[in-house]
Design a protein around this ligand. Structure first.
Ligand SMILES: Nc1ncnc2c1ncn2[C@@H]1O[C@H](COP(=O)(O)OP(=O)(O)OP(=O)(O)O)[C@@H](O)[C@H]1O
Length: 738
């Protein structure tokens, strides 16, 4: 009996909402009327709302609250048309050159940085003091129609296709911030990646256009993409991070000083001055805070003044004040005529108000696209309204999840539930989330979708000449090959200086050297037994300096993969410049450590005391190290997976060591070729030659030759393995799923 009464009252409530909104207000219509209609409908709503009645019961009070929340949105909306006009004015008269990033002096004077002390005050007052990214850029209108995306999941026995996105349509113009909202797993990141050109065109359906043109590689320089777990070098400071990015990414028409100045401006604009000299930090190094880190990531992208800025959850994990601050920053960027698209998980009401447009996704389907400020009106129009005061984002996420607790639903949906829900569910008053989802998808498709698509089909309001610029730009590197090499070399040195001067590594090498020196203390070579012993020491040296470099080099590319993908995706540098810089920036340490090692071992063990032989021993060990490193780099770059790479490396190193000519003399002919692949074997032979060429022609069955062949083979390994590593990197996919 009670249940019946409840459901009856809810039906009456729903019906009343439907009566109020007899003709559903589509977001498209509302958009056309620039807020006028929504204000009207809002008044109508407010007047007819049961919440207006002074004799309200509990429920009515809730409804009244939610209505007043709607009112607030609609009133805010009156001013929100400004975004586009701001953008249009910013778009007018653009000089599309990147030759200068100078702002008019009065703009600079106007530009106020973030300051931790006054931010709270500003936020309270609702004042945005900042003006970011005021340089003109090419305005880009992004439109997407019926975007679909599916993945093929290969199981042990069968292959299943999974729909990730089902016909998503939307658009965003310069000057606007579009938020992609939806529950976890609803497809926000996938949609963002598709829109950002990070997924191959052949893998998705529908159309995505930039100023009515499809994606082209030349767009890369106009797009900034901040990923969810963006990678930064932990040992670089904020200033270094942004300066290197500026030097590599800004056009060559700017001088180094101008690029550095640009990095300083970004630091100032993003309020990072207090931490400019703080290391970024990571799992093992304490660094900047989460909010500062996010801002550095954003800075890294806006430094090139992109026309389109994509951000994946820029506010996740941050408190609401910092999140608001980041949103303010994005608004500043949009105000300068850029197009900003961001995914957002669960924004606070204040954050929600900052978005111009909103896409609400649920299980990969579109539940709403339109002005963020009109979203509540739209959901009211389809009969869904909060029954208690609720953050609009929370309300919409509940709906997208199919959870209608504290939400009024239309009778149509209730009827469907009656027919589709099980008896138990009906008794519990629960609704099947799938039914709610289906209703919302259908409601959007029947009431709004067609109208939106029609609007999107009309051409963008800019000159043909400007449109064509989107695709015509040639790919230009920010620096010459040599400059890229030099910047990457120094960046690599800075990032890894801690490894270089790691006392642990130095102690490891010196301790091993001392133990060897003590064990072979002043070992002579004047009788065969002593010679035999010394040969053992020389073989150990070839193994020691063949073993460690392989294992340190194996980590190089798998560990830098994320950074490399990210930087290569935006054409920050040539792969060859990176590769040469990365492999040569380790050389100084590679030379210092063996010299230290040999200084200890050589003289303690009483090896041949001539300057020439010491020098040749150092050169031989050095050759062995860089050949072994080459092998490690090749294995790492080919497999790009640390577990598999270290397993393969250990098997290879072990095989090379055994085939090195010391342990087994009488190797069967069918396997004896293996020794020629072993850098241990060639190093060992060279070390024997340097020490004993004046005494004997063969030791332990290993002949002492001229040594040219060994040097030749080691040099071939140095280059050959690196070439293999380079080619493997070239094949590397820049984006997973691409
Ligand atoms: N390559 C893929 N293979 C299998 N499933 C995938 C793939 N890419 C995406 N998905 C699935 O598609 C759905 C949407 O993923 P996506 O990362 O876009 O969601 P999201 O809305 O961004 O989630 P979150 O808010 O948790 O980041 C998820 O269920 C995810 O598991």
């Amino acid at each position: 009996m009670m249940e019946k009464t409840n459901s009856a009252s809810s039906l009456i409530r729903t019906k009343s909402v439907e009566t109020i909104l007899k003709s559903p207000v589509s977001s498209a219509e509302a958009a056309e009327s620039s807020g006028g209609l929504s204000r009207k409908s809002s008044r109508r709503l407010a007047a007819a709302s049961p919440g207006r009645s002074s004799s309200g019961n509990g429920n009515k009070t809730h409804i009244r609250k939610s209505r007043s929340a709607q009112m607030k949105f609609e009133l805010d909306d009156l001013g929100s048309g400004a975004a586009l006009s701001r953008a249009s004015s910013a778009s007018l008269g653009f000089s599309f050159s990147f030759t200068g990033f100078t702002m008019p002096p009065d703009e600079i004077a106007d530009t106020k940085p973030f300051s931790d002390d006054d931010i709270a005050e500003d936020l309270e007052a609702g004042i945005s003091k900042k003006k970011l990214q005021t340089e003109p850029t090419l305005p880009i209108y992004l439109k997407f129609t019926d975007v679909t995306y599916k993945v093929v999941l290969k199981g042990m026995t069968s292959t299943v296709e999974k729909d990730i996105l089902n016909g998503i349509t939307g658009s965003v113009s310069p000057g606007e911030v579009l938020a992609l909202m939806g529950p976890s797993g609803s497809g926000k990141t996938t949609l963002l990646s598709l829109l950002g050109g990070r997924v191959r065109e052949s893998t998705y359906g529908g159309s995505i256009t930039y100023n009515d043109q499809s994606y082209s590689k030349s767009l890369k320089s106009r797009i900034g993409f901040v990923t969810q777990d963006d990678v930064l070098f932990p040992h670089l400071t904020v200033k270094e991070t942004l300066t290197y990015a500026a030097r590599l990414r800004l056009p060559r028409t700017l001088t180094k000083e101008e690029k550095d100045q640009r990095a300083s401006d970004i630091i100032y604009e993003l309020g990072l001055e207090r931490c400019r000299d703080t290391m970024i930090g990571g799992s093992f190094v304490r660094g900047v805070s989460g909010g500062e880190r996010k801002r550095v990531c954003i800075g890294n992208e806006i430094i090139v003044n992109p026309s389109l800025l994509f951000l994946d959850e820029p506010t996740s994990g941050l408190d609401s004040t910092i999140a608001l601050r980041i949103l303010e920053t994005l608004h500043g960027i949009a105000e300068a005529g850029k197009t900003v698209i961001t995914t957002i998980h669960q924004p606070s009401s204040r954050l929600f108000l900052k978005f111009d447009k909103l896409i609400l996704l649920g299980k990969g389907s579109l539940l709403y696209f339109g002005k963020a400020a009109e979203a509540m009106v739209y959901f009211s129009s389809v009969g869904c309204s909060p029954l208690i005061a609720m953050n609009p984002a929370e309300f919409m996420l509940d709906l997208a999840n199919g959870n209608v607790t504290d939400i009024s639903v239309p009778s149509e949906l209730e009827d469907r539930v009656q027919t589709e829900n099980s008896e138990d569910e009906i008794k519990n008053g629960k609704m099947d989330p799938a039914v709610v989802h289906e209703y919302l998808v259908e409601a959007y498709e029947t009431r709004v979708a067609e109208n939106e698509k029609r609007k999107i089909r009309s051409p963008v309001p800019i000159d043909e000449e400007i449109k064509s610029k989107v695709c015509s730009a040639k790919r230009e590197w920010g620096a010459s090959w040599l400059e890229q090499y030099s910047i990457l070399f120094w960046r690599g040195l800075k990032e890894r200086k801690h490894d270089y001067f790691s006392w642990l590594r130095i102690t490891q090498v010196l301790a091993t050297a001392t133990i060897l020196g003590l064990l072979w203390w002043q070992s002579g070579s004047d009788d065969p037994q002593k010679l035999q012993d010394q040969a053992g020491l020389l073989f150990f040296i070839s193994v020691f300096w063949g073993f460690f470099p392989v294992f340190t080099a194996v980590f190089t590319f798998p560990q830098e993969r994320a950074m490399l993908s990210k930087e290569r995706a935006v054409d920050m540098y040539r792969l060859s410049a990176y590769f040469v810089a990365r492999t040569t920036s380790d050389l100084p340490l590679d030379l210092i450590l063996p010299v230290l090692f040999l200084l200890v071992v050589y003289f303690m063990a009483g090896l041949r005391t001539t300057v020439g032989s010491f020098f040749l021993t150092v050169v031989t060990v050095f050759l062995c190290i860089i050949a072994a490193q080459g092998l490690g780099l090749a294995i790492g770059a080919t497999l790009m997976d640390l577990k598999r790479a270290t397993t393969l490396a250990s098997v290879t190193v072990m095989t090379f060591m055994l085939a090195g000519g010391y342990f087994v003399k009488d190797v069967p002919t069918f396997i004896s070729w293996l020794r020629y692949l072993s850098f241990n074997y060639h190093t060992y032979k060279l070390l024997l030659k340097v020490q004993y060429e004046h005494i004997t022609h063969s030791i332990n069955g290993v002949s002492i030759d001229k040594g040219y062949k060994e040097v030749g083979v080691l040099a071939t390994m140095v280059v050959g393995y690196r070439l293999l590593a380079y080619l493997s990197l070239r094949r590397m996919k820049l984006h997973p799923g691409a």
